[in-house]
Design a binder for this molecule. Structure first.
Ligand code: PLP
Length: 370
């Protein structure tokens, strides 16, 4: 008896290349797209270790936990790191980046996270890209949490290395990821003696052994199931329409934000301004005296299907994340999340208004979406 997950015909190089072209179309990019055979931290680390070297100076914009990770990798590579730390309740601005670049003209690498699922903010990449391009530094963007949730245009924005993963708004697998690589980035990596080579982290290996040889033979056995899932998820987005997918995330974010405010009980959007709030996930701040991790545990005990999680690390005390992405970018997921949170808040003694929250969700959802 054949098994649908096990007895597969091998994934051909032509099929692999076709998935790359689908990713390129999703990103509206003319650059090379490399699909990496692991979760998105793989290309992110590959990009940092390929782009940074002793003697280089990197501007690392920190708007959440991933920025901190990039800073640590950059330092390990011997780069001097200028950290631009922005409060998690806001976003970085192009002016801040411009000022940092003016203060440190030697900066030759900029790392930025587009949207942060972990803190719920999103950064104005188009404007930041403009000042980075004017300065001439290599620009790396972590777009794992923004792709398919909000506009992402690496070529138009001057992004040299744009990393995506499929596991958030794309509603796809976590075990493969992709990066678009500009000609400038390839030159920079090739000129870096410390850039990973003959390594799982190496983008240059993929260039030499796959792209430059006409994509005729795969260098390793591909992660076949994950590649098939990525292909299926790209096909589904094409059928649904990327704009529709993004609109669902935008609606989920604004409905969660206004629904939480209407719910009351002292719960507030964690990100102060709606403009800085990421469409992929909404973070909420618990009222003083109510522990977010305990509140989320109560809500999940009542309804295990809701996409709620407490913030990571120290944020677990005060931050709730509503992960309304992928298959949860729906009115139903937002409603049930707010209902479960409301019940947990009431049990904790808070005065809440579930009907007002319901109404706020309906009012902020365009009639066409479900
Ligand atoms: C989710 C996410 C990733 C991927 O990391 P995981 O910890 O595997 O989920 C990378 N960058 C950002 C900004 C993300 O939100």
């Amino acid at each position: 008896m054949t098994h649908p997950l096990l007895d597969l015909t091998p994934l051909t190089p032509a099929h692999f290349a076709a998935v790359e072209r689908r990713v390129a179309a999703l990103l509206d990019t003319e650059q090379d797209v490399v699909i990496m055979q692991g979760e998105a931290l793989l290309p992110l680390e590959g990009c940092v270790r390929g782009g940074a070297r002793p003697g280089s100076t990197a501007l690392n914009v920190v708007t959440g936990p991933y920025g901190r990770t990039f800073g640590n990798w950059l330092r390990e590579c011997g780069a001097t790191v200028v950290d631009l730390q922005v409060p998690f309740h806001g976003a970085a601005t192009a002016e801040q980046v411009e000022r940092a670049l003016a203060e440190h003209p030697e900066i030759d690498f900029v790392s930025l996270v587009h949207a942060e699922a972990a803190t719920g903010n999103t950064n104005p990449v188009a404007e930041i890209g403009e000042v980075v391009r004017a300065h001439g530094a290599l620009f790396m963007l972590d777009a794992v949490a923004s792709v398919a949730a909000e506009p992402l245009l690496p070529d138009a924005w001057g992004v040299d290395l744009c990393v995506i993963g499929a596991q958030k708004a794309m509603g796809g697998p976590a075990g493969v990821s992709a990066v678009s690589v500009s000609a400038r980035a390839w030159e920079r990596l090739a000129a870096n003696p410390g850039a990973p080579r003959r390594s799982y982290l190496s983008l240059l290996d993929w260039k030499e052994r796959w792209i430059d040889t006409g994509r005729a033979a795969l260098p390793h056995a591909p992660a076949q199931l994950e590649m098939l899932a990525l292909d299926a998820c790209l096909e589904r987005i094409e059928e649904e329409g990327l704009a529709t997918r993004m609109a669902a995330h935008a609606s989920a974010a604004s409905a969660t934000r206004s629904g939480a405010l209407a719910l009351g009980g002292g719960i507030e959007p964690y990100v102060y301004s709606a403009r800085d709030a990421a469409p992929v996930a909404t973070t909420l701040r618990t009222p003083t005296g109510i522990d977010a991790a305990a509140l989320v545990a109560d809500a999940l005990a009542a309804d295990p299907s809701v996409p709620l999680i407490a913030g990571g690390g120290a944020l677990a005390k005060e931050m709730i994340r509503v992960n309304h992405y992928g298959s949860d970018a729906t009115q139903r997921a937002v409603r049930s999340s707010l209902a479960a949170l409301g019940a947990a808040l009431r049990a904790a003694g808070a005065d809440i208004d579930p009907a007002a929250a319901e109404k706020a969700v309906s009012d902020s959802w365009p009639a066409i979406a479900s």
